[in-house]
Design a protein around this ligand. Structure first.
Ligand code: ATP
Ligand code: MG
Length: 180
């Protein structure tokens, strides 16, 4: 996987597969600039403790179409490559929280990639999902939720373009406001 945005899309697909109605994506860069925490929270069907233990194994999947499941194991590898880690917490019937911690100045840290585009892909494909995104760098924050567009057809090209512009501007402004 070349960048984090592709991992995020993968993990959000897990939430969709788990019949989530709401997905929250949080990216948090700590004030020292060393740690980047990625959290993906859903209200899908969740996993038993035993499933959680096996979920990051590439040979564990509940899919019927293949015998391996790579989404979580690849994200775990990417986090570990930077000296970080992956953690999965889940409550059956309630939802799942996937947390990946990265040392972002490590040589093997992947770029964030085009997160606005990734979010738009999810919104276009699953307009029924409440998606929110919160990006924090130190004390500055940008956040967005499809709930802000509740009365509009979010998967229509015009609204998607508007949402895309809104997220891109917000993210650019946030990234400009901090110097590394
Ligand atoms: N958010 C989630 N809610 C409920 N179950 C999950 C969630 N994420 C993962 N799982 C369970 O963990 C398994 C492994 O997930 P993983 O993303 O690693 O592989 P996959 O989704 O099965 O296949 P792939 O990601 O390669 O398409 C899934 O098959 C599913 O049973
Ligand atoms: Mg998956």
């Amino acid at each position: 996987m070349e960048d984090l945005s592709l991992h995020i899309l993968d993990i959000m697909e897990n939430s969709i597969d788990a019949q989530a109605r709401s997905i929250e994506v949080h990216i948090d860069v700590d004030p020292s600039g060393d740690l980047l925490t990625l959290e993906i929270l859903d209200d899908g069907k969740g996993m038993s403790a035993d499933m959680v233990r096996r979920a990051t194994n590439p040979f564990f999947t509940t899919r019927k179409t293949r015998r391996f499941g790579l989404g979580l194991s690849l994200l775990s590898e990417s986090a570990k490559a930077t000296g970080g880690e992956l953690n999965v917490e889940s409550v059956p019937g309630k939802g799942t929280l996937v947390t990946a911690i990265f040392h972002r100045k490590h040589i093997d840290m992947k770029p964030l990639g085009d997160i606005p585009e990734t979010l738009l892909t999810l919104i276009a494909g699953h307009p029924e999902i409440d998606l929110s995104y919160c990006y924090t760098i130190g004390r500055e924050r940008f956040s967005f939720s499809t709930r802000e567009y509740r009365d509009l057809p979010v998967s229509s090209p015009r609204v998607l373009r508007r949402i895309g512009e809104h997220i891109r501007k917000g993210v650019a402004k946030l990234e400009e406001s901090v110097t590394d």
